[in-house]
Ligand binder design. Structure first.
Ligand code: ADP
Length: 319
């Protein structure tokens, strides 16, 4: 759907920000660009909505060159979320979200419905949030509005440049979870820049590893973990490796959980593995809940065995 063909960006001082990029992002895909600082991620992203011009090559969206699009048509069809939220401080949350729909001349009722729909989508009650000012929201809530605002005009493509990196780890995890849930519902084509491998492995359908303006590897998270093309990727991936163990993999199904036992100390299926391990230091087993229902247990013995196997296999997928 978005295709880069031999794309380079050379600055007048001779620096190549990116060099001969050749790849395609599929419709509905969550595509992550990752690499060290200066590797060309932001340049790649900004070329898609023409914030940065190309020196050579072509970027295609739906088999039409981006240079052939009317610039407004192009940008309205592409939502953009940055690290600095950039909400307008004097406008209400609803007005902030409505900026693009207003530009598109939607009628008032349609805009109001869209605002409420989007607030609901990110778990903010429209009745209590739509008239607040940005300063009355936490950092995490404001960034949620940033995401929603980018989606307001129902663009096909969403570009996100390190959108969560200014947040504390807790809010960050929460927004990542939210974004995954939203993406399951709306299936946009998302291009997401990060330098955090844990984030990339968690979110990406495919991950594109960049180095010095070039693509080193494009793979699914699993392929990247199990078949890194070189030492650079292997080391880079190593930083996020522990995320490949998911709580889901450790659950023993419900049939073995005595129904009479209390589920008071249950943990959520989305809980962080570190938290779970800490809990398991105090107790032998814990019930795991998904959507309010106990779906199974985690048991210390079983978890330790799993981890031992995992380490023995050098951090590769559990087979
Ligand atoms: P990343 O997003 O991976 O940190 P960027 O895409 O921002 O990397 O930058 C890629 C390279 O292009 C860097 O080496 C950067 O110094 C260079 N660069 C970016 N903007 C300019 C510019 N205006 N003039 C010259 N070099 C630039």
């Amino acid at each position: 759907m978005i295709r880069f063909e031999q794309v380079s960006k050379e600055y007048t001082n001779g620096t190549y920000a990116v060099n001969s990029l050749d790849f395609e992002i599929r419709k509905g895909e969550f595509f992550v660009l990752i690499g060290p600082s200066g590797s060309g991620k932001t340049t790649t992203l900004k070329m898609i909505n023409r914030l940065i011009s190309l020196t050579r090559g072509t970027v295609w969206i739906h088999d039409k060159k981006i240079s052939d699009y009317d610039i407004n048509e192009l940008r309205w069809n592409i939502g953009y979320v940055l690290q600095e939220i950039g909400l307008f401080p004097h406008m209400s949350i609803a007005e902030n979200i409505a900026v693009v729909p207003e530009l598109l001349h939607w009628d008032k009722q349609r805009i109001a419905n869209r605002v409420d729909e989007l607030l609901t989508l990110v778990g903010l009650d429209p009745g209590s949030y739509r008239n607040r000012k940005p300063s009355e929201l936490s950092g995490g809530q404001q960034q949620r509005i940033g995401v929603v605002r980018a989606l307001a005009g129902d663009p096909e493509i969403l570009l996100m440049d390190e959108p969560f990196s200014a947040l504390d780890p807790f809010s960050r995890e929460k927004l990542q979870d939210d974004l995954l849930n939203i993406q399951r519902k709306i299936k946009k084509t998302i291009v997401f820049v990060t330098h955090d491998m844990r984030e990339a492995l968690k979110l990406g359908d495919r991950i594109c590893v960049m180095k010095e303006g070039e693509i080193v590897q494009i793979s699914t998270p699993n392929e990247l973990l199990t078949n890194p093309v070189n030492d650079f990727v292997r080391e880079f991936v190593g930083s996020g490796r522990n995320l490949t163990i998911k709580l889901e993999d450790l659950i023993i199904p419900i049939s073995q959980w005595a129904e009479t036992q209390s589920d008071e100390n249950a943990i959520s299926i989305s809980a962080d593995l570190d938290e779970v391990l800490e809990e398991l230091m105090n107790t032998d087993s814990l019930p795991v809940k998904h959507n309010g229902e106990v779906i199974g247990i985690v048991n210390r013995q079983h978890v330790l065995k799993y981890l031992a196997d995992y380490v023995r296999k050098g951090g590769r997928e559990h087979e």
